[in-house]
Design a protein around this ligand. Structure first.
Ligand SMILES: Nc1ncnc2c1ncn2[C@@H]1O[C@H](COP(=O)(O)OP(=O)(O)OP(=O)(O)O)[C@@H](O)[C@H]1O
Ligand SMILES: [Mg+2]
Length: 296
């Protein structure tokens, strides 16, 4: 069963169209990265998934039903939206206990999730004194309380140190490996390249791509095949679509397999046949440049 399904999802705030006719699926067992420039509509989409905001049009279903129809929402979906939006006076343990109690989750689960996120030692400390990293971990602990099949994280690595970023990355990969659906927004492309299997990319509220990371990078015009051969001039003539450089040929319109088959048939030897791909960041910059709300 598809974990999250958005169909023609639309949200307007007055004259601002935050989300426009957006359709995509989030599947279990993988990390789906949710990317888009500032103001693209990522947080708004996440709020609508969680029933915190009403769509102006279209719909979004969680495990086949609207969020508000889930019998035990926290046991189905866990979310971290804004890590700082917690009551500062309480201890971490009391904060989670309150959530557990109001959602019919056994109290014993509280120390379990605090252990999972590495906050066991500070369970009785006031949240108000927590660092940003600790707050993020606490938010993740809250998301995990109901042992949900689906987790939604809105920029969970914002402001974290390299150790915290590595921890969250590994953690999200583990959740997906357990068969859960992980839906995570981020602005850090190098980070997403290492974490996500699948990408939903939006710009100005509209879908730009819903594809695997590899395929998204492959769409960039900066991807090319580098061909080297002791008989390069003949290869260039045969391939036609390549750009000849002093010691190699760059081909953008063909796959390595197509080039290899062609040169093999002609009996031309190859020294190198490499698919050179841009980074996710470079592909992202290219493919979203027309949908920047605030451009520098
Ligand atoms: N409560 C609201 N009232 C009015 N406009 C809003 C509201 N919430 C969001 N918007 C507008 O909707 C658009 C999408 O905002 P949203 O926060 O969803 O973007 P985002 O992709 O999460 O951006 P960021 O990467 O900066 O977090 C923006 O133009 C924003 O100003
Ligand atoms: Mg946001």
């Amino acid at each position: 069963m598809t974990a999250i399904r958005a169909t023609n999802l639309t949200k307007r705030y007055g004259r601002t169209v935050a989300v426009a006719d957006l359709s995509f699926d989030v599947e279990p067992g993988r990390v789906t990265g949710f990317l888009g420039p500032n103001g693209a509509g990522k947080s708004t989409t996440m709020r609508m998934i969680l029933g915190l905001d009403r769509p102006t049009g279209g719909s979004v279903l969680v495990d086949g039903v609207p969020y508000r129809d889930l019998r035990h929402p926290l046991r189905k979906v866990g979310a971290l939206l804004d890590a700082k939006a917690v009551h500062g006076g309480r201890s971490a343990r009391d904060h989670l206990l309150a959530i557990a109690q109001s959602n019919a989750i056994p109290a014993g689960r509280v120390m379990e999730v605090l252990e999972t996120v590495g906050l066991r030692e500070v369970a009785r400390k006031r949240i108000g004194g927590f660092s940003l990293g600790m707050s993020q971990r606490l938010g993740i602990a809250a998301a995990l309380l109901g042992d949900p099949e689906i987790v939604i994280f809105d920029e969970p690595v914002n402001g974290l140190d390299p150790d915290g970023i590595l921890w969250i990355r590994t953690f999200m990969r583990d959740l997906a490996a357990e068969g859960r659906a992980v839906f995570v927004s981020s602005h850090l492309m190098s980070e997403m390249a290492q974490t996500a299997d699948h990408l939903v990319v939006i710009g100005k509220g509209r879908l730009i791509a819903d594809t695997s990371v590899a395929e998204f990078i492959g769409r960039s015009s900066q991807a090319y095949v580098r061909v080297r051969s002791p008989r390069l001039a003949e290869v260039a003539e045969l391939v036609k679509v390549g750009r000849l450089h002093p010691d190699h040929l760059r081909v953008t319109a063909m796959t390595p397999l197509e080039i290899g088959a062609l040169t093999a048939r002609a009996g031309l030897p190859l020294e190198e046949l490499t698919l050179v791909q841009p980074s996710l960041e470079a592909a992202y910059m290219e493919l979203t440049k027309d949908s920047l709300e605030y451009s520098s």
